[in-house]
Design a protein. Sequence first.
Length: 404
Amino acid sequence: MSLRSTMSLRSRKGKVEASSLTIGLALGLVFGGSITGAYWAGKNSQTGAPAGDTSAAALSTGSTTALSAGRAGTLGVETIANIADSAGKAVVNIDTMTVVQLPYFAETFSPLDFFGFGGGEMVPQPILQKRRGVGSGLIIREDGYILTNNHVVGNAQQIKVSLQDKRTFDGKVIGRDPFTDLAVVKIDAKGLPVSKIGESKSLRPGDFAIAIGSPLGFDHTVTLGIISALGRSIDAENKPISNLIQTDAAINPGNSGGPLLNINGEVVGVNVAIRGDGQNIGFAIPSEVFSEVSKQLIAQGHVSRPYLGIKMQIMDEAMAQALGLPPNTKGALVAQVGQGSPAEEGGLQIQDVITSIDGQPVKEPEDVRAFVKSKKTGDIVRIAVLRQGSLTSLKVKLGEFKAQ
């Protein structure tokens, strides 16, 4: 049995969008002794851009000059090994156990059975089954705070965290964010080695990338590749995740939650998913994202996000004509307003065309999303809308969205 998400792949503005692609949420599970692989780059069951010459000859002699995150340095023969040795101390193996209830249908007894007529009915009989999973994580605070993926620890009843020095601790989830697929686990330990966090915004396609994790349960496995692309969006197991780093450093089930490093040994991403029908097409959550999310998870157990509570459509000539507006009208058309949402309370209506927010012009729905994302819960914004051909100004207090 294999768990996977099927969708189509289409390139547009750096996004991977839905038509016959398998995005793996590296999630390999053990079902009653059998191993099943899904493709979250992560949870699985345990079994058993350089400058200058980048040729194999140059790499083998250590003469290549490497540029990573905007900084130059010499790529020596032992550089990758040194990075793996240093960064690997802050990488952990995460074993989980989850109890799930499976439906099992059995026929009830009937007196007619004595006469060979049957007569019983099929009713569901619950069966509880234990499932084991394996993922990775990185230590972000010396007092036992570990960052990993939400899909690694999401519904686990038991979490075991193993350090590189072979010490094992019970782990407790203190915060999860399904929206970014991140989670923070706490273990009772002090004085732990901590991952060095780098700046993913400085990455360029072609920069070296190093992944460390527990693919197929082989803990502290090191793989080397490059940054393949930036700003990718995927739909993994029907869960959209955006602004990801794409890498060709080999990532497999069990790598989820582990670090993606630059050539300076800094964590620039958290590995999260793989393309199941390809080779070495993996994705990682950028450090700018996981740094902020982890802070909020540690502080309050969830991530606070401002939201309006509307669904939008792109304005085009046909839509403008249907609304009786000039064909060159730009903005974001309000297609739906959530009941009890900040938008409804602020007076937004279906068929309103948002033309600006706080004086900033809006040309498409993405402008609205980007603006709201830059604000804080509770902020009051002034929204200009075209309503039945007339310009109207509204004040809306942004609410708090909690991913479930």
